[in-house]
Design a protein around this ligand. Structure first.
Ligand SMILES: Cc1ncc(COP(=O)(O)O)c(C=O)c1O
Length: 305
């Protein structure tokens, strides 16, 4: 049976309904997260990836919108473990927590309203093609600026920007979009951070390039340094640098580590997955499924085996 954590209780899906008048539905003033849980068949265990980190970001982003929720990050991790157990999930899933103002009110503001929390899960495989790599397009849409809607917050309304870029890319026959920021430097994908490899060095845009500081981005930076013994430089990247990179890849909870093999009809490197990307994928996919003791601290086990 499908349960949803909704306004303080676990309820069957058909009971988790909000009114058409809900304030956050009209103004996009909701904050959300995307979390993955991976099923390890050999151990009979479901592992939630970076549960605490995602809930800490959710709480921090909610506070920025004056949404004080009554749960701590630890409470939300516990609720999620209980939800997954209650739904008896034994496969890879995506977990979507969302904080929204439940008030039936029409003023676009952040004060005087009541924030509520809902968490649901759905079956989720690959988001993008991690095995063959993807073709991307530099979007004509610029990434949200920090002084309009900060990209560092996972705020529902900000995802109109992502939806415009992703749609343009799909309608033009590409798999994903890369957005530049207002200064014309590379920011990120519609739901992914970006890395390039050039002459043995890995480069990724920093927070002042108007990006979401992805949790996967941080984990991958650490893998690059600690497992591949390569340097990671955080700096602004020019559009033309993408075209001449040896390798380009995207990171994100949904996208995991997705190789980019073509940008604006130009082959990246040899037009196939590069060695650095391949090695990172190998380590990451093992770590997230609980196959590497060293990275078990990334994971929260759901079942008491
Ligand atoms: C715009 C954007 N950038 C980057 C990411 C990657 O972030 P994370 O690795 O925390 O999932 C996401 C996905 O959440 C996103 O929506």
């Amino acid at each position: 049976m499908e349960y949803i954590f909704f306004e303080g209780e676990f309820v069957p899906e058909e009971k988790a309904k909000i009114s058409i008048k809900t304030n956050s539905f009209h103004y996009g003033t909701a904050v959300f997260e995307g979390i993955r849980a991976y099923w390890n068949g050999k151990e009979g265990q479901l592992y939630i990836l970076f549960a605490r980190e995602h809930y800490e970001r959710l709480i921090s982003n909610s506070r920025a919108l004056f949404m004080e929720i009554k749960y701590s990050a630890d409470d939300l991790v516990d609720i999620t473990v209980n939800l997954l157990r209650k739904c008896e999930i034994r496969e890879d899933v995506y977990i979507r927590p969302i904080v929204y103002f439940k008030d039936l009110a029409l003023t676009p503001k952040l004060l005087g309203y009541t924030p509520e929390v809902a968490i649901y899960t759905y079956k989720f495989g690959r988001y993008l093609d991690t095995s063959k790599g993807i073709r991307v397009k530099i979007s004509s849409w610029r990434r949200n600026d920090d002084n309009s809607i900060p990209s560092r917050w996972k705020v529902a309304g900000a995802y109109v920007n992502s939806a415009l870029a992703k749609t343009e890319a799909l309608m033009s026959g590409y798999d994903e979009a890369i957005m530049l920021n207002k200064d014309g430097f590379v920011a990120e994908g519609s739901g992914e951070n970006i890395f390039i490899v050039k002459n043995g060095k890995v480069i990724t845009p920093g927070p002042s390039d108007h990006i979401l500081e992805g949790i996967t981005r941080t984990a991958v930076k650490n893998l690059i340094k600690n497992e591949l013994m390569m340097e990671v430089e955080e700096r602004s990247i020019m559009r033309s640098e993408l075209y001449s990179a040896d390798e380009v890849f995207l990171t994100g909870t949904a996208a995991e580590i997705t190789p980019v093999v073509e940008i604006d009809n130009r082959k990246i490197g040899k037009g196939e997955i590069g060695d650095t990307t391949k090695e990172l994928q190998r380590i990451y996919f093992n770590a997230v499924r609980g196959n590497m003791e060293k990275y078990k601290h990334w994971l929260t086990p759901v079942y008491e085996n």
